[in-house]
Design a protein around this ligand. Sequence first.
Ligand SMILES: [Zn+2]
Length: 145
Amino acid sequence: MNTVHNICINAGYNSISIMKASIKVKLLTGVYMLQTTRSKFSNKHISASCPLYGSEDEDKIHFILKCPNLVSTRKYYIDELKSMLYEIDHDVSVNIVNTDELFIQLILDVTSESMHTNGISVVNSTIQHRGINERILFCITQRKM
Ligand SMILES: [Zn+2]
């Protein structure tokens, strides 16, 4: 299909919105340079360890949800996102929040098919409207620079 992706449609036109959308697209498509990606492309000459927290590999789940050195940066937004989800549909949300792959998918692309099949489509518009996901990703990537 030759359609513009939802992330782009909802990005808005000011430069911060565009930067936020670009971070999201890069993370979603695996182009954002995490240590596991660097390591893979260097034939493991470069370590996959997180530069902020050495004892774990820096993959998407570590970076977005787990890195201990980003807890204070992401906590406010993650808590806001969780409480918003619980308010809309508690049972559906508990399942998503407790499954790293689903929670990451919700943060990166709430419009995706796996979100629909997990019953989260009702919250799409609320999440997108508030822009919480973009703020989570923007803050942690800024902190890492
Ligand atoms: Zn880390």
